[in-house]
Ligand binder design. Structure first.
Ligand code: PEP
Ligand code: MG
Length: 757
């Protein structure tokens, strides 16, 4: 059974055409379960009905024509129960629905299992048989297992738009299509879809049709020529050291990339309407599949070479495609897994919104979007992203809604909302030069996070008292090599000068996790638990020292630099980093620079550091909580994973208790304690942080005025009372509701909406 299951899934998953893949599946399943009929119904959510999409045994003419309302028939029953339904005589069942044309009345035995992905029913898979009988338990288990695997295939097809186009073909009402994702940066974004394709992932290339056949052929020919040139140069370089038979391999590769070989096959597919990348994928995959199924080991291994050729040509195709990427005046940037660098490449002032299929509101790309004040939806797994090129799109960043080709009425509504937003921001302008001070006179310093594209002018205009976190990764991410010490110094100096005399807290390089450098690949099974942050830079003191010296040199004459260490797990890491910093300081002093040793602090973002807050505080000048990672590690919720995003909430009671412990540990040693994670810009959290005794809060410039507004509407006494109340609560949901209510009671309900994530 297991082998059959595996074979069916492999065959289905590797099939190019989604509709044909499902048709193949029903055939195979019917055979495996010795059933006369097997069918797949997909749920059309917008119309609340199941649509027959593939069948073996029912009337094939009913495919895409027959639909069953969500609450009717046995198919509806399976969906409602969300578990298998096994009936020996279906026509006698009270829920049996007679549907003309389907020709199922000759079947008695019925076994249906729901296709569920991420708690959502996507469809129903059924098998039927003429002879009345209950399907046996192993058969039921087989079908249920198959359905779980099918669910992942369907979910992927939803993301690539294949499901929508199937259901749309059937009967799509005209008007705006609405989809939802995780609201990750508030605001209304209106503009034109620009799709960014992931680089170098042959498997992930979607099937897409093109109108510009000659243009695609030209792109392909350029890519093939570049690939052939690579092999020619590589061959020439290696020839002197290669045995004759190995040399011929390079000639073979070059020939394969010829327009008369693999190239000709790809061109044929393009001529039938496929775009170049999709055609390349199909040809490469069919050759790879063929070779992998052969008995000859030597030939089987050649499959790797073909894949390699495919990746190489794809890289050139994508490079050309990126170069040709046309941004709109108001770009809604869309991609499978957008990165901070993708956002940074959009010409300044033209980015109106962001939609990413993967990732969550705590991913770095979402943090960057918030810093840039760009409405963003993450985890938009249902949005048919590859059909959105050049389409008019509205993003509602408050509620995570995407509207495609909206009606004039809808557009008007959102224009009004955007206008209200602008008015709210303008009304907060007056707060700029006022302190973040409560009604009873308690003050807290509000700083900004910058670095991930944050704009210095914007931060100062918002009234920031300094930089609480400068993420130094961007200059590293935007290059194809490590930036030199001098390149770094110039960048750091600009920031220190702009903010002087206010303090600027620079964090030592924190790569790994979801921040990968193309020129320094870090392969990890569990990237967030692996080699990242200080773990990398302590292993590479040359990277650490170059950066530290650049920061120190940059601070000459201003001395407003503070240095912060990310991802500290153990005091030994602090000791080692301090040793390196002292060495860098001595080096820079020896060069003749006149500088002061900056204050050094530790980011508290790993649970072990929370328990050792006092021991760490003893060694340094300040502590700063990285609540994004701290929440991720305390709750064991990958901050980047849309599937578990609903579990990620920094208002979780366990996180709040950890924060209290950090403040206590830091203050016992007389140290300044701040927080620089996204929590500091969350209106529902800010009063609690204020009451806990944090000395400063650091957030994106876009949040600053709003947070100041909240502090100024409350007294410390009231904030302390709220803190006591929530510390008696047992869930993040309750705490969030409680805090939102408190804000609403003083007329700040609009802010909760604005800060909703
Ligand atoms: C954090 O983890 O909260 C933090 C501020 O750092 P980053 O988001 O860059 O990991
Ligand atoms: Mg962090």
């Amino acid at each position: 059974m297991l082998n059959t299951l595996r074979r069916i899934i492999q065959e289905v998953a590797s099939h190019q055409d989604f509709e044909e893949a499902l048709q193949l599946m029903v055939k195979r399943v019917a055979k495996a379960l010795h059933s006369e009929a097997c069918s797949i119904f997909l749920l059309n959510r917008r119309r609340s009905e199941y649509v027959l999409i593939a069948t073996k045994g029912l009337n094939p003419k009913a495919i895409k024509k027959v639909c069953i309302p969500i609450n009717q028939g046995l198919v509806g029953l399976v969906g409602e129960k969300e578990e298998p339904v096994n009936i020996s005589d279906a026509p006698k069942h009270p829920r049996f629905l007679y549907v003309p044309h389907v020709q199922e009345d000759r079947f008695s035995a019925f076994l249906g299992t729901p296709i569920i992905y991420h708690r959502q029913v996507l469809g129903v898979l059924i098998v039927q048989q003429a002879e009345p009988r209950r399907y046996e338990e192993p058969e039921e288990a087989f079908l249920a297992t198959l359905a779980t695997q099918l669910a992942a295939i369907i979910a992927h097809a939803e993301a690539t738009g294949a499901v929508a186009s199937l259901l749309d073909n059937y009967a799509e009402p005209k008007g705006a299509s609405t989809y939802s994702g995780i609201p990750s940066s508030p605001g209304v974004g209106m503009g034109t879809g620009v799709v960014v394709y992931p680089l170098l992932d042959l498997e992930g290339i979607p099937d897409r049709l093109t109108d510009d056949i000659e243009g695609e052929i030209q792109l392909l020919e350029q890519a093939l020529a570049a690939g052939r040139e690579d092999f020619r140069v590589l061959g020439e370089r290696l020839y002197p050291n290669l045995p004759i038979e190995e040399r011929s391999l390079f000639d073979v590769y070059q020939r394969m990339l010829d327009t008369s070989d693999l190239g000709a096959e790809i061109v044929r597919l393009i001529r039938s309407g496929h775009w170049a990348q999709g055609a390349l994928k199909q040809v490469i995959q069919s050759h790879v599949q063929h070779l992998e199924n052969l008995d000859n080991e030597y030939l089987r291994e050649r499959a790797i070479d073909i894949k390699d050729l495919g990746h190489r040509v794809l890289a050139y195709l994508q490079r050309n495609e990126r170069a040709l990427l046309q941004y709109a005046d108001k770009t809604i940037l869309i991609g499978e897994q957008l990165t901070a660098a993708d956002l940074a490449e959009v010409p300044e002032g033209t980015l109106a919104g962001v939609i990413s299929v993967k990732g969550s509101s705590s991913s770095h790309v979402a943090i960057l979007a918030r810093a840039m004040n760009v409405p963003t939806i993450m985890g938009a797994s249902e949005v048919p992203i590859y059909n959105l090129e050049n389409k008019e799109i509205i993003i509602d960043g408050y509620y995570g809604q995407v509207y495609i080709e909206p009606s004039a009425l809808l557009r008007e509504e959102f224009e009004k909302l955007a206008e209200e937003e602008r008015e709210l921001d303008a009304s907060l302008e007056v707060l700029r030069d006022l302190p973040a001070q409560s009604k009873d006179g308690h003050r807290i310093a509000l700083m900004v996070n910058t670095g991930l594209g944050g704009d210095v002018g914007l931060s100062l205009a918002a009234g920031a008292e300094g930089v609480g976190l400068y993420r130094t990764e961007m200059p590293f991410l935007m290059r194809d090599r490590f930036p030199s010490g001098e390149e770094q110094r110039v960048i750091y100096r600009q920031l220190l000068v702009s903010f002087s005399p206010r303090p600027v807290t620079m964090r030592m390089l924190d790569i790994g996790g979801d921040k990968a450098l193309s020129y320094f690949p870090v392969e990890e099974d569990n990237p967030f638990l692996g080699w990242r942050g200080i773990r990398i830079t302590l292993d590479h003191p040359e990277i650490f020292l170059v950066q530290a010296r650049a920061m120190l040199r940059a601070s000459e004459g201003y001395n407003n630099l503070r240095i912060m260490l990310p991802m500290i797990t153990d005091v030994s890491e602090v000791d080692e980093a301090l040793r390196l910093l002292k060495k860098a300081f001595a080096d820079v002093c020896d060069e003749g620079h006149s500088i002061e040793m900056p204050q050094v602090g530790v980011m508290m973002e790993v649970p072990s550091a929370v328990y050792q807050a006092r021991a760490i505080a003893k060694r340094v000048d300040f502590l700063s909580v990285g609540s994004n990672d701290l929440t991720q590690y305390i709750l064991a919720v990958d901050r980047n994973n849309a599937r578990v995003a609903n579990l990620f909430d920094s208002l979780h009671p366990a996180v709040l208790r950890a924060l209290l412990q950090v403040v206590e540990g830091g203050h016992q040693e007389g140290r300044h304690v701040s927080i620089c994670g996204e929590m500091a810009g969350d209106p529902a959290a800010i009063l609690l942080l204020f009451a806990m005794g944090f000395d400063s809060l650091s957030m994106s410039a876009a949040s600053l005025a709003r947070m100041k507004w909240v502090i100024r509407q409350f007294s410390m006494k009231k904030a302390a009372k709220l803190l006591q109340e929530v510390l008696g609560m047992e869930s993040a949901v309750m705490i969030r509701c409680h805090m939102e209510l408190a804000l609403e009671q003083v007329g700040l309900g609009g802010l909760v909406r604005a800060g909703k994530r």
